[in-house]
Design a protein around this ligand. Structure first.
Ligand SMILES: Cc1cc2nc3c(=O)[nH]c(=O)nc-3n(C[C@H](O)[C@H](O)[C@H](O)COP(=O)(O)OP(=O)(O)OC[C@H]3O[C@@H](n4cnc5c(N)ncnc54)[C@H](O)[C@@H]3O)c2cc1C
Length: 445
């Protein structure tokens, strides 16, 4: 028998495996795919470096030659460009001013191998069908490999199944995001013109589109290959009545900077699509179980937050799991501080994203502002945990209110239709008083 079963060997599961193995807790990862497998989510934020350091993975990141990401750049439809560099504000515990863009098939395999090298038992090609419960307590999993079904038991079950949300579906805990219903179409290209400035060429480049919550990512995967993805509200695709390729290029060509960058580009793999991807579980933990990474919560990827949330949720959950083994208490109460911490952090990301989409393209006002630039940068670096106050978010809300209230503000038309009258429920609930479900939104998607 093992101590902990981790379902899913993406960044969340592998980080969890590494952290538990380092702590001497026996654990297995059951992964349904056989790595390497492709995955969306190729650009990181700098806070991830702390977790890489903690699990001893940073030398691997350097050794493998992943592209260094020093900053981010936004391109307005009128050709104006605004950039920000991570090095403008030093982060505690991090002594490099860049993060990484990765080929996820390579990165995820390396993370999985790293966990294995630290002692985690990794089984690939094993699909977990369900989590087994005795009353309210998770006690094991039912899995299938090569058509053969078996049950496996452990003291703690970690759901790291990503957007498959195994437990969220099984216990009907999934709550659809009330605002965002984004849809992404993406592929890899060669021949993308990333610009003449070698330093900014490897930034993530975000191009604004003139459609509902529309933007495009440009992420360098290596010297030749660039990932490009068009994101917008799902209705934009529906109403376009066009096929995926026509839809993709219509939007690419609608932003002059991007049209220029893509002029000589050649697609080298199939278009992939992702939809319905913003949600939260009404609980991230219970007796004998925790959900981490995308299996707990997913927010829109505009700020490349996903992998860092996967890593930090693994880190914070592993700390409570260690304490559970020290004390013999595997109850929900033991794991709740993990949930509160991650819910709080992701709520900061969520509010930042919500206000960003409301402000588009007025967001650039906050990048340019002397008062707010560093605070915006700290969020873009991924510094969202244990924040009692995030003044720049208050400033954004105030600015929006002022524009909305004025009869003749020149930029009033630029604000989008996102509702911001109230702060979102999750954002305002103080730690310790968390609701176990989010009222007023559709349950069980
Ligand atoms: C359009 C889009 C763009 C994105 N861009 C970015 C970005 O630029 N930067 C960023 O940081 N994030 C981005 N993300 C988010 C990022 O992809 C995820 O947040 C990240 O991969 C989460 O890691 P995870 O380990 O939780 O889940 P995953 O990486 O999805 O890993 C889950 C693993 O569980 C396995 N699994 C699933 N079900 C089972 C089962 N039943 N049994 C066994 N194994 C199972 C899967 O095979 C998979 O390997 C983006 C997401 C989307 C949708």
């Amino acid at each position: 028998m093992t101590d902990v079963i981790i379902i899913g060997g993406g960044p969340a599961g592998s980080a969890m495996g590494s952290l538990l193995s380092k702590a001497g807790i026996k654990n297995v990862i059951l992964e349904s795919a056989n790595h390497p497998r492709p995955h969306v989510g190729e650009s990181m934020v700098t806070s991830s470096t702390r977790v890489f350091k903690e699990i001893g993975f940073l030398p691997v990141m350097e050794c493998e030659g992943f592209v260094h990401k020093f900053g981010a750049s936004w391109h307005a439809p009128n050709g104006k460009e605004f950039a920000i560099e991570f090095g403008e504000f030093p982060q505690e515990g991090i002594d490099q001013d860049y993060t990484y863009h990765v080929d996820r098939s390579k990165f995820d395999l390396l993370m999985l191998k790293h966990a294995e090298s630290l002692g985690t038992k990794v089984y690939q090609g094993v699909h977990v069908k369900k989590i087994l419960f005795e009353g309210s307590k998770a006690v094991g999993v039912r899995a299938v490999v090569a058509g053969h079904e078996f049950d496996l038991y452990a003291k703690v079950i970690v759901d790291a199944t990503g957007r498959n949300t195994l437990l969220g579906n099984q216990l009907k805990l999934k709550v659809k995001d009330p605002i965002f219903n984004q849809y992404a179409v993406h592929a890899w290209f060669t021949g993308v013109n990333r610009g003449d400035d070698l330093h900014t060429a490897d930034f993530i480049h975000i191009y604004f589109l003139k459609v509902e919550r529309g933007w495009v990512w440009q992420i360098p995967i290596n010297a030749e290959v660039t990932s490009v993805g068009v994101v917008a509200d799902r209705n934009v695709l529906k109403e376009s009545h066009s096929d995926i390729e026509a839809y993709f290029f219509t939007h690419v060509n609608s932003n002059p900077d991007l049209e220029r960058a893509m002029k000589s580009a050649t697609r080298i793999n199939e278009f992939k699509t992702e939809g319905d991807y913003s949600y939260s579980l009404s609980k991230f933990c219970g007796d004998g179980f925790v959900c981490i990474g995308d299996a707990a919560r997913f927010v829109d990827p505009i700020f490349s937050s996903g992998v860092s949330v996967a890593l930090y949720s693994a880190k914070y959950a592993s700390e409570r799991i260690k304490l559970a083994f020290d004390t013999g208490d595997f109850s929900e109460a033991m794991f709740m501080p993990y949930e509160e911490k991650v819910r709080g952090g992701v709520s900061v990301w969520y509010e930042f994203i919500r206000l960003y989409y409301k402000l588009l393209p007025l967001f650039t006002h906050f990048i340019q502002s002397k008062t707010h630039r560093i605070e915006v940068l700290r969020l873009l670096q991924g510094e969202v945990y244990d924040r009692k106050q995030v003044p720049v978010l208050d400033a954004m809300r105030k600015y929006i209110k002022a524009v909305e209230m004025s009869d003749d503000h020149l930029m009033k038309q630029a604000l989008t239709s996102i509702p911001i009258d109230d702060e979102p429920e999750e954002f305002v609930i103080p730690a310790g008083e968390l609701s176990r479900s989010i009222p007023g939104v559709e349950q069980n998607i």
